[in-house]
Design a protein around this ligand. Structure first.
Ligand code: ATP
Length: 371
């Protein structure tokens, strides 16, 4: 289906004005969101921001107080969970402990009274896809956490739901397995071509898996964008802080150049920085966002912002340093072991200067500054 006005495919899921209150308190306010067919979309935000509540409304376990949820144009708010062509994978897997892997995966088709031959074929296909063909006869307690998670996914997708909802499905797994399962989930989603709506509070997980990320804060959408957009061009200080490590240097706009770049006084130094996404005004306080990998450390004699190394830590692929700037906040610099930067071994207490890769900065209005 396409939207005649824009010639873009019309969204598969369309949320309009979704509001949810518990005990008179608004936990989600006026949420508008379009999700497209086959997208991997992640709801990301801190604990309590409303991610799970939003997912549960899509699933039908909660009803919005206001607003509509359309799936392929049809309002599904009044439909019970089992009437919706959606399925959910929960954090705790919720497998049937007394059933084998095969029986767990077959369960949905059995309930529909599918012929036994069809069930066998489809379960075998599913187990092959999640790479558990050799585990069909095992019970859940005989499987690792990652294997149990894959059974839960196979069981949830065997009836080919239009959308799969996943509520922190990897949070019980250890770090290494989590990384493996992130790749697995991406592969499964690609192979199935099903829309995934994924909930997590882990920003790295959101960035590495999603086509688009919905950053939620206290019941509203702070930003909706690709992983690259929310990381490199955050819409607010909240997103800058929540998604990745953020160095925020204080500055004040002093003027606007003809090419749209802005003159900024950054901790006493006059700089010409790239055009911001908001209309700049002389006198406006701003924060200059720089990610740790944008920072460069030089010797005390080089130009830049002077400071002193507070801490340094070896991270394998990078060497990280916390630098206390003489005229500003502590910043984190991650230097890659790169032949361009041979002088990475700064000692604690050493005076250094801090610069960044030109034009990698991102200006944000300073939310704390008086308007
Ligand atoms: P977490 O990452 O901790 O799971 P979340 O972002 O998923 O958090 P929700 O579980 O959606 O957040 O909760 C949002 C807010 O709604 C919280 O303040 C929570 O206490 C509240 N809430 C959720 N469910 C209920 C309920 N059934 N009754 C009352 N309040 C609720």
């Amino acid at each position: 289906m396409t939207d005649a006005a824009t010639a873009r495919p019309s969204p598969q899921l369309s949320l309009r004005g979704i509001t949810k209150r518990f005990d008179g308190k608004t936990v989600l306010g006026d949420i508008d969101l379009d999700i497209h067919d086959g997208e991997f979309i992640t709801l990301l935000g801190p604990s309590g921001c409303g991610k799970t509540t939003l997912l549960r409304m899509l699933a039908g376990f909660e009803t919005p107080d206001e607003g509509s949820i359309r799936l392929d144009g049809q309002d599904i708010v009044a439909l019970a969970p089992n009437q919706r062509p959606l399925n959910t994978v929960f954090q705790n897997y919720a497998l049937f402990p007394h059933m084998t892997v095969f029986q767990n995966v077959a369960y949905g088709l059995r309930m529909e009274k599918c012929p036994a031959g069809d069930i066998r074929t489809r379960v075998e296909q599913m187990l092959a896809m999640v790479q558990l063909s050799d585990f069909a006869a095992r019970k859940p307690h005989q499987l690792s956490g990652g294997q149990q998670q894959r059974v839960a996914i196979a069981r949830a997708v065997i009836k080919r739901p239009r959308v799969l909802l996943l509520d922190e499905p990897l949070s019980a797994l250890d770090f290494k397995l989590r990384k493996t399962m992130q790749l697995e989930l991406k592969r499964i989603q690609r192979e199935l071509g099903i829309t995934f709506v994924f909930v997590t509070h882990d920003q790295e997980e959101a960035l590495s898996m999603s086509d688009r990320v919905v950053v939620l804060n206290q019941g509203h959408i702070e930003q909706l964008g690709t992983p690259r957009e929310v990381y490199e061009r955050p819409a607010s200080l909240f997103v800058a802080h929540f998604v990745g490590e953020a160095n925020l240097l204080p500055g004040e706009i002093t003027g606007v150049a003809e090419d749209g770049r802005v003159q900024v006084n950054v901790m006493g130094q006059r700089m010409l920085l790239r055009r911001p996404f908001f209309p700049p005004q002389a006198g406006q306080k701003v924060k200059i966002l720089l990610r740790p990998e944008d920072m460069r450390l030089g010797t005390a004699e080089e130009s830049g912002f002077p400071g002193r190394v507070l801490e340094r830590s070896y991270k394998g692929s990078t060497l990280d340093a916390v630098v206390r700037l003489d005229a500003g906040p502590d910043i984190l610099a991650s230097e890659f072991f790169d032949e361009d930067y041979p002088d990475f071994d700064h000692r604690r207490g050493e005076p250094v200067t801090v610069t960044w890769v030109p034009s990698w900065e991102w200006l944000l209005p300073d939310a704390d500054a008086p308007v």
